[in-house]
Design a protein around this ligand. Structure first.
Ligand code: NCD
Length: 335
């Protein structure tokens, strides 16, 4: 465990406190500054070149996988991957638990994306009780949590409103499939740690935010409103977080007819309703929730979000292994 930040496993967004979030955002900024020069990049790549990572991604992924892979490369970490259980001993009947224990025997930490909610938590507990405990990073668990996406979303928000000094007091709308969107769930829970934030949940009734997340907000005294009409919310907010329909879960959820979320799309004509300094976010992949013509508007933040993810994840990994202090020292001496 990191002696100062206390971070070892990264399992759910609620585990981040304000101090750690601020620390990781500043660290991510320092890493990206240092990485601009060859000398700086060589320094970063020397920090953790004695560590090896297993990327266990048994659910589809483009961004999160590559973002973690790149974050590891920045810190000099060597990576191995399992992306398909058909190529592992799970086909011989080995349990997922034994598979992950095997990874922990060879690697120094495991980054995992898995279709089951709570899988990362379960594995972390298993390893906590084993002879070789290594950090687990949850890169998306079922419909439940995506803590590192929430981290990069917070980092994106922090960078987008530098003149405000923090995210406190922002109004943020979540739009789309909120009940099954793990990115929205993780970010909504995390935003409850900021003061004066108001969240708008904009979705058809069957896609509205889950009661477990609303309870977290209620307990924190964090303000929110459920809304059906998307257009009315656009001029009110500082950030809009669009999401796609998570219909890969339809079969499991017993949904036989497609849910229509076409009303919950951001089109070029909506740009004139958006505040001049607001931002438009999306965890991606997108379908039709944001028209590609919107991409040219400076308020479209989703491609910046993708790049921010790499730096935020590099910061998280550096903090888990305690090399954040080295980065701080290097930065102080050279910048
Ligand atoms: C999201 C995910 O996998 O939950 N993608 C991502 O990690 N950026 C969102 C999605 O698939 O809709």
């Amino acid at each position: 465990m990191h002696p100062k930040t206390g971070i070892f496993h990264c399992l759910q967004s609620q585990q981040f406190d304000r101090e750690l979030l601020d620390h990781l955002c500043v660290l991510a900024d320092k890493i990206r500054d240092i990485a601009r020069s060859k000398k700086g990049m060589e320094y970063l790549m020397s920090l953790l070149n004695h560590k090896r990572a297993m990327l266990y991604f048994v659910q589809p992924s483009t961004r999160t996988f590559l973002s973690f892979y790149s974050a590891c490369q920045i810190l000099g970490i060597q990576c191995a991957e399992v992306r398909d259980t058909r190529t592992s001993s799970e086909v011989k009947g080995e349990s997922e638990e034994d598979t992950v224990r095997t990874f922990s025997s060879y690697y120094d930490f495991i980054i995992m994306r898995h279709p089951k909610a709570n899988f990362a938590q379960r594995i972390a507990q298993l390893l906590d009780d084993s002879e070789r405990n290594v950090p687990i990073i949850n890169a998306g668990s079922g419909k439940d949590q995506h803590p590192t996406q929430a981290l990069l979303d917070i980092y994106t928000l922090q960078r987008s409103f530098p003149y405000r000094g923090s995210i406190d007091g922002l109004k943020i709308a979540f739009v789309g499939d909120l009940v099954r969107g793990r990115t929205c769930r993780s970010l909504a829970a995390l935003l409850s740690k900021f003061d004066g934030v108001k969240q708008y949940f904009v979705a058809p009734e069957e896609c509205q935010m889950g009661s477990d997340i609303l309870e977290i907000l209620d307990r924190a005294g964090s303000s929110y409103e459920m809304v059906e009409d998307f257009t009315s919310v656009i001029p009110e907010v500082d950030a809009i977080y669009m999401t796609r329909l998570q219909d890969e879960w339809d079969k499991e959820d017993g949904i036989s007819r497609p849910i229509d979320i076409s009303k919950y799309s951001f089109n070029p004509e909506h740009l004139s309703l958006l505040k001049p300094d607001a931002i438009l976010m999306h965890p991606l992949p997108r379908r039709k929730e944001i028209h590609p013509d919107v991409d040219r508007d400076p308020r479209a933040a989703y491609w910046r979000q993708v790049r921010n993810g790499m730096w935020a994840r590099a910061a998280l990994i550096a903090a888990i292994f305690g090399t954040d202090r080295n980065i701080d020292d290097y930065y102080t001496c050279n910048y």
